[in-house]
Write a protein that binds this ligand. Structure first.
Ligand SMILES: *[C@@H]1O[C@H](CO)[C@@H](O)[C@H](O)[C@H]1NC(C)=O
Ligand SMILES: *[C@@H]1O[C@H](CO)[C@@H](O)[C@H](O)[C@H]1NC(C)=O
Ligand SMILES: *[C@@H]1O[C@H](CO)[C@@H](O)[C@H](O)[C@H]1NC(C)=O
Length: 440
């Protein structure tokens, strides 16, 4: 009697699990893309825009990866939201997570051959896109720039490419809570640039480095990473610092993130005028305590370099998404660099969502007196809890049931398996890079 009941309960739980997993998503095979946006909101990494470099196609796909559950980069289960997307196919926009609820994707700029609003918002609570009305300064469209959000909900948009031809060095600030544009200072700002690296380093500072300038010659050029630039969000002013150590060669279109303890900036990939980087020349760390660059010790299988990708810090990983310059038969669209141990970073295929405690900083970075380490905490969705509890209960009864029957080998539950050909990808330098990489 009790045994019957147990078996029925186990079956019921298994069916619930199956239904839940099946209903959650239809499998989505993502196409390769570059110059997209990747925005982390709660435990979802939203991917929007970009261009497929094999077909030249920029699509309007909109999809996300749930990072509250483990996954293997060889077999990623994307969730397709394309049916609710209102943003035209575009490339090279900037995005952040902001808004009054701090759960809204803000998309600025980019380029499209369709009519496109300057700003779009996607409320992840209601799963709906909007075109917000924004007051304040008159702001133009730019592309190939980074959006950085601070704790007051202000989105900082430095430089970028204007009108497809000219790199800029002005600072647009979008107050995502009050929907108002402001302008930041350009005094002592870095020289005009696009496709630079940028990362939030503290409540006070954003760090900018490298990039590409259309000014330096007819074709333009990648910029040096010897000088780095802090924008002080509280005082609206710029500071320059000169770095030393193993300074990476000039580069643009790389990614930059802040390490887990707030003391290191990690850069990956990029391109130098005509040269793609070797795997050994693609990952560098800048120590913010002494402004010294070094090549970190790494383990795991080292991927080839790429550019026009995105990087987000999620849990203990630098999560690199898509990009150009890698072979999909060799490298995955998503790369994971475990950055939890400053002594040795590790390339891995397995994402473990468990929270990580960063190693405490030894001292505060010189330029950022107010820095406090902000570990990225991944919220675990209620759905996951339900699944885990179900598994636990199910497992318990399954165990009892098996014990009562014959000895059987234990099955370990595994995480879920699973047109615009003439569009100008970049108006600068692209002809040179085209001929070198047969881009497009
Ligand atoms: C995603 O959804 C859109 C709209 O429903 C559909 O047209 C498209 O084929 C889907 N993509 C994939 C790869 O399933
Ligand atoms: C917004 O949410 C993110 C996590 O999604 C958090 O890191 C950040 O501190 C929040 N910002 C504000 C202003 O609350
Ligand atoms: C943008 O560039 C085009 C030529 O490429 C030019 O005709 C137009 O005036 C420019 N617009 C602005 C606002 O500078």
């Amino acid at each position: 009697m009790l045994k019957n009941y147990s078996i029925r309960l186990v079956l019921w739980l298994l069916i619930q699990l199956l239904v839940e997993v099946k209903c959650q998503t239809t499998p989505f095979r993502s196409t390769q893309r570059s110059s997209h946006t990747a925005t982390l909101i709660d435990s979802n990494l939203y991917i929007l825009g970009g261009r497929n470099d094999e077909t030249g196609r920029i699509g309007n796909e909109f999809f996300y990866l749930d990072v509250s559950v483990p996954f293997n980069t060889q077999n990623i289960l994307w969730h397709n939201l394309t049916s609710i997307n209102i943003v035209p196919a575009h490339i090279s926009a900037a995005s952040v997570n902001g808004g009054a609820n701090n759960k809204t994707l803000f998309l600025y700029g980019g380029s499209s051959d369709k009519v496109m609003s300057l700003v779009y918002t996607f409320d992840t609570q209601s799963n709906s896109w909007n075109i917000p009305k924004i007051t304040g300064d008159n702001i133009v469209r730019k592309n190939n720039l980074k959006g950085i959000i601070n704790n007051y909900g202000k989105m900082y948009l430095f430089g970028g490419l204007f009108n497809g031809t000219t790199t800029q060095n002005d600072m647009f600030i979008l107050d995502t809570k009050n929907l108002k544009w402001e302008l930041g200072s350009t005094i002592n700002a870095p020289s005009p640039r696009a496709v630079y690296g940028a990362t939030y380093v503290s409540e006070q500072h954003i760090l900018y480095l490298g990039g590409f300038s259309t000014a330096s010659s007819i074709d333009g050029a990648s910029l040096s990473l010897k000088e780095i630039y802090y924008y002080d969000m509280l005082k609206d002013l710029w500071l320059t610092r000169v770095t030393s150590g193993t300074i990476p060669t000039d580069r643009d279109s790389f990614s930059a993130v802040l390490g887990l303890n707030g003391q290191k900036v990690i850069i990956f990939g990029g391109i130098n005028n005509i040269n793609k980087f070797t795997p050994q020349d693609t990952l560098y760390v800048l120590d913010l305590n002494n402004f010294e660059w070094y090549i970190p010790k790494i383990s795991g299988s080292i991927p080839s370099s790429r550019y026009w990708h995105q990087a987000n810090v999620i849990g203990k990983y630098m999560v690199i998404s898509f990009g150009f310059g890698y072979d999909r038969n060799i490298d995955n669209d998503i790369l994971l660099l475990d950055i939890s141990n400053d002594e040795e970073y590790m390339w891995t295929n397995i994402f473990d969502p468990n929270e990580v405690k960063p190693t405490p900083p030894t001292e505060s970075p010189k330029v950022s007196p107010t820095t406090t380490p902000i570990p990225v905490i991944i919220g675990v969705s209620i759905g996951t809890c339900v699944v885990i509890i179900s598994l636990l209960i199910g497992g318990f009864y399954l165990y009892k049931w098996h014990k009562n029957k014959t000895e059987n080998s234990r099955a370990i539950p595994t995480p879920g398996s699973e047109g615009n050909n003439n569009f100008n990808h970049e108006a600068f330098k692209i002809t040179t890079r085209n001929s070198v990489y047969n881009h497009g």
